[in-house]
Design a protein around this ligand. Structure first.
Ligand SMILES: Nc1ncnc2c1ncn2[C@@H]1O[C@H](COP(=O)(O)OP(=O)(O)OP(=O)(O)O)[C@@H](O)[C@H]1O
Ligand SMILES: [Mg+2]
Length: 356
């Protein structure tokens, strides 16, 4: 059962569920690969309160058709979450269609979404249906919605009014029965303030929201995931690996995982391939000690001093908050600042706010 996360198994996994029923690109470009994708099963694993809340919302949101907005850092499982909602909804046997708004050039996005008629532009030799039409009956996953060009946002908003649209170069009004799930790793509220994201679209999409916490904020999941993927890759490679050394476990727990679950999977897979031991050592994980701390501060590949200092500040306040249970006097002492300053920083960085 998907949500029975209390089962006492070595690796507690929630449920295996089939994903990727139909990939639009595969169907169009490589129909022969669909069969393979159908075999591709993915599991959703976690025991932390943060992820339990996500599971709970998945279950609740799956029962209706309203748009969902999924927010989380890279690699936290936004797409997995979107698929889980789809798989549990009454649309499960209809397509789950992915549109990566950041990857499709602005001038192509409209025709990708809405399709086009023959002769709509120079290369339009035949009619092509768009992804919205293709997703009919199913779910349309708008990934990286924060990167959708503002001009396209207006068209999406219009579509969301009554779920009607016209193909580019056409005049027939068509209706599509799709459920919209959007995901972003940028702060849309900020994007709205900067004029990069339409406020009306933001309110439209931000009705049912899921915030997936970063892995470093749900440490209980780290070893569960690590052991699960260790077993899986050990089996796949035919190696007899029993676990991690205590030092390796500590390193896994202390690392900041800027790439979240995706990074953890890659680290484990690599260690399994390279190890010749029964227990994976800290060295084999190759998480350099200094990264454990510096990774907290680095904002992707940006060397922008102000941005990174903000991150370090937030991280230190967050750690003091966790360590003291939010006791302002103790936090002030640990951080070496006045109590009013602690209040200001807590407010500034929104420390301790429950996501969801
Ligand atoms: N809780 C989890 N249990 C098992 N696997 C997970 C979990 N969370 C994420 N994964 C796996 O981690 C990888 C990254 O997840 P996903 O692609 O859903 O992340 P994302 O938030 O969409 O990332 P990005 O912002 O980079 O697109 C996938 O292989 C996914 O199956
Ligand atoms: Mg994604």
């Amino acid at each position: 059962m998907f949500f029975d996360y209390t089962k006492p198994e070595v690796v507690r996994f929630i449920q295996e569920f089939k994903v990727g029923k139909i990939f639009y690109d595969l169907l169009v470009e490589h129909p022969e690969e669909i069969e393979e994708k159908l075999e591709d099963r993915k599991e959703f694993i976690g025991v932390s309160n943060g992820i339990k809340k996500v599971f709970d919302l998945i279950r609740k949101y799956a029962t209706n058709d309203y748009p969902v907005l999924i927010v989380g850092e890279t690699g936290t499982g936004k797409e997995l979450t979107a698929r889980a909602i789809h798989e549990r909804s009454k649309r499960a046997d209809k397509p789950f269609v992915v549109v990566n708004c950041a990857a499709i050039p602005e001038n192509l996005l409209e025709s990708e979404l809405f399709g086009y008629e023959k002769g709509a532009f120079t290369d339009a030799h035949r009619r092509k249906i768009g992804r919205i039409e293709f997703a009919n009956g199913g779910t349309l996953f708008l990934d990286e919605i924060g990167d959708m060009p503002v001009s396209m946002q207006a068209k999406l908003l219009r579509f969301l009014e009554d779920y009607t649209f016209t193909r580019v170069g056409g005049n027939e009004t068509l209706h599509a029965n799709v459920r919209i799930i959007a995901a972003t790793n940028v702060n849309l509220e900020e994007a709205v303030k900067k004029g990069k994201f339409r406020e009306d679209l933001y309110y439209r999409l931000n009705v049912l929201t899921i915030n997936i916490p970063p892995l470093r904020e749900r440490k209980e999941d780290i070893m569960v995931l690590a052991k699960y993927f260790l077993n899986r890759y050990a089996k796949e490679t035919g190696k007899d690996i029993k676990g991690f050394t205590p030092e390796a476990e500590e390193a896994l727990l202390n690392y900041s995982w800027p790439g979240n679950v995706r990074e953890l999977i890659n680290v484990i897979r690599k260690a399994v391939v390279l190890t010749e031991n029964t227990y994976i050592s800290e060295k084999e994980l190759n998480l350099r000690r200094e990264d454990v701390d510096t990774a907290y501060c680095l904002n992707g590949h940006s060397l922008n001093l102000k941005e990174n200092i903000e991150k370090v500040e937030r991280e230190l306040v967050r750690r003091a908050f966790l360590k003291t249970g939010g006791n302002i006097t103790k936090m002030a002492k640990l951080l070496g600042i006045s109590r009013p300053k602690v209040y200001t920083l807590i407010e500034k960085h929104r420390i301790g706010e429950v996501s969801g």
